[in-house]
Design a binder for this molecule. Structure first.
Ligand code: FAD
Length: 354
């Protein structure tokens, strides 16, 4: 086990960010501006976070102008940008702000040190770092969620996290499960591909389409309002449930308006699903594995009633959607949370008695 030693304060770094996607980069941006000595550890071979693994046709549900991290805006792009455009943006962002990222480094666990601070253990390669504060920004992509259903499915199962596009489903029947954006987008893509066999879209409730003229901008505006209310100590006004769940992107709209993107009530047992393939579009969970020892158990919440942004003293979480605040898992929405976290960390490392 090789410890990386460096001068000053007894720790290798004042702060270590685990995860180099948009959440980690936005937080590092503010930490660097506050003069905090920070290192980002990321397990991917290159920049872009989970956007590197998006299915080929995935686009943003917001335009480039509504998908900016703090600092430099996302470069313009006609319509809804593809995931590739986001990867290029995050790569440029890292370079422009000289964000120190070590990759690929897979963090296995983070332990609290007696007397304060943390030791971050990388599983691959076999290295450790010490720091005064640690920030979890590991996202959700590496923790796809599949609900448990009785029965047995005889075909091949996939999750949206590893959906490769329509090619493998040529001539085959496909069941798509999930009533949110991924389910609608993947079902629409498969329905529109003439080579793919029968497609059945299973949902637990009728699809809640957003108004056709609404895209991510409306959601982000609402999230920003909610952030301001919560930050001011007032109750969260909640999401605008009248809005619906599904952004009606062009392909979704074509298949819906052609009467082909129609939902089938959920099966009670997997044995009832006769398709060749089943694609779970059932979301993700926060990938908090490295912090399990600190949080207590599987995805524990830390101290009861703890602050979701710092569930354990010195461990900060950024970018985990509902767990860390409305909009925190979106490109435009993560900024205020990143700034709030960086301010808390900068204050703490300046005044250790803090
Ligand atoms: P990630 O992008 O997942 O980055 C986390 C990084 O940490 C990754 O590189 C990961 O490999 C790494 N990591 C994880 N565990 C470890 C570990 N143990 N050690 C080291 N590194 C680790 N948001 C929008 O704003 N607009 C959209 O249109 C939009 N569309 C979406 C469509 C889909 C299908 C999904 C799933 C999400 C979408 N989002 C969208 C939400 C959000 O922007 C993305 O999920 C984004 O990837 C979240 O960024 P992040 O930095 O929090 O996490």
């Amino acid at each position: 086990m090789v410890a990386c030693t460096a001068p000053g304060a007894g720790f290798d770094h004042e702060a270590i960010v685990v995860g180099g996607g948009q959440s980690g980069l936005a937080t590092a941006f503010y930490l660097l501006r506050a003069g905090v000595d920070v290192l980002v550890l990321d397990d991917q071979p290159g920049p872009g976070g989970a956007w590197r693994h998006a299915w080929p046709s995935l686009t943003l549900f917001s335009t480039a102008g509504f998908s900016n991290l703090p600092g430099v805006p996302m470069p313009a792009h006609e319509g809804f940008p593809p995931a590739r455009h986001v990867v290029d943006y995050l790569a440029m962002y890292e370079r422009r702000y000289r964000i120190p990222v070590e990759r690929p480094v897979r963090v296995g666990r983070v332990e609290a040190l007696d007397g304060g601070g943390f030791r971050v253990h990388a599983a691959v390669p076999d290295l450790t770092w010490t720091c005064a504060r640690v920030i979890g920004a590991t996202g959700t992509w590496s923790a796809p969620f599949v609900p448990a259903y009785p029965g047995r499915f005889s075909g091949r199962q996939w999750h949206s996290a590893n959906y490769p596009g329509p090619a493998p489903f040529a001539g085959r029947s496909v069941a798509v499960v999930g009533a949110a954006n991924s389910g609608a987008q993947i079902a629409a893509e498969l329905l529109e591909d003439p080579d793919v066999g029968e497609v059945t879209w299973y949902t637990r409730h009728a699809p809640r389409w957003m108004p056709d003229d609404v895209d991510g901008r409306v959601l982000f505006r609402r999230n920003r309002e909610r952030f301001r209310e919560i930050a001011a100590g007032r109750p969260d006004p909640g999401s605008d449930s009248r809005l619906g769940d599904i952004v009606v992107l062009p392909q979704v709209r074509r298949m819906r308006d052609a009467g082909r993107l129609t939902a089938t009530p959920m099966f009670a047992s997997l044995s009832q699903v006769g398709a060749d393939h089943l694609i779970w579009c059932t979301g993700f969970r926060p990938a908090l594995g490295p912090f399990r020892g600190l949080l207590g158990g599987a995805g524990g919440a830390g101290r009861r009633g703890a602050d979701p942004h710092e569930p354990v003293p010195g461990l900060h979480l950024v970018g985990y959607g509902d767990r860390t605040g409305p909009g925190s898992a979106t490109i435009l929405g993560v900024g205020p949370y990143a700034k709030q976290t960086a301010c808390a960390v900068a204050e703490a490392v300046r005044d250790p008695a803090h």
